[in-house]
Design a protein around this ligand. Structure first.
Ligand SMILES: [Zn+2]
Length: 173
């Protein structure tokens, strides 16, 4: 994965206290991640950084849109995505105990590559159901695929257990 210098925070010379950074993420960012669920996207990421003596307390505010595969029709659909995630970066070079949101850096580290975190946090902010939301027009499911899916569904229904038909007949009589 090529490292883009633009996603690096130099924290060594920052004074203690709160700092803010803004990063832009677009299609070429996602191209750096193999098998990415997101193939195209456009995000603004606001990173808050609270510098303390032996740790950085970071928040990632994510806002933007991404193109993902629709669960229903398989075409690309555009999702609006918003999320906020936090990250603790320990700088004391202590015992390695990496957790989900805790990163350990050696005490001599001076910068942090944040593109993997931006990527992970965007993926975490994706909704479970990914599908077109509109009924008509631009942001709608592929009508042809939906029609075929419905045909298959009707066909499957017709081939249900014939005893159901017997039951229906009983009710009618
Ligand atoms: Zn769809």
């Amino acid at each position: 994965m090529p490292t883009a210098r633009q996603y690096i925070i130099q924290f060594a010379n920052l004074p203690l206290g709160r700092h803010e950074f803004v990063f832009q993420v677009n299609d070429s960012f996602f191209a750096n991640f193999e098998n990415s669920e997101i193939r195209k996207g456009d995000f603004k990421v606001e990173v808050g950084l609270q510098k303390q003596a032996i740790m950085l307390v970071m928040t990632f505010k994510i806002k933007g849109k991404a193109m993902v595969e629709c669960d229903r029709c398989g075409d690309e659909c555009e999702l609006k995505i918003e999320g906020e995630q936090s990250l603790i970066v320990k700088l004391d070079g202590g015992v390695e105990e990496e957790g989900d949101e805790i990163v350990m850096l050696s005490s001599s580290a001076s910068e942090l590559e944040i593109s993997p975190f931006i990527y992970e946090f965007i993926i975490l902010s994706l909704p479970l159901k990914r599908m077109h939301t509109g009924k008509k027009g631009k942001n709608a499911c592929n009508a042809e695929v939906i029609r075929k899916l419905e045909e298959i569904a009707v066909h499957t229904e017709k081939q249900e257990d014939p005893r159901w038909n017997d039951l229906k007949n009983i009710k009618l009589s």
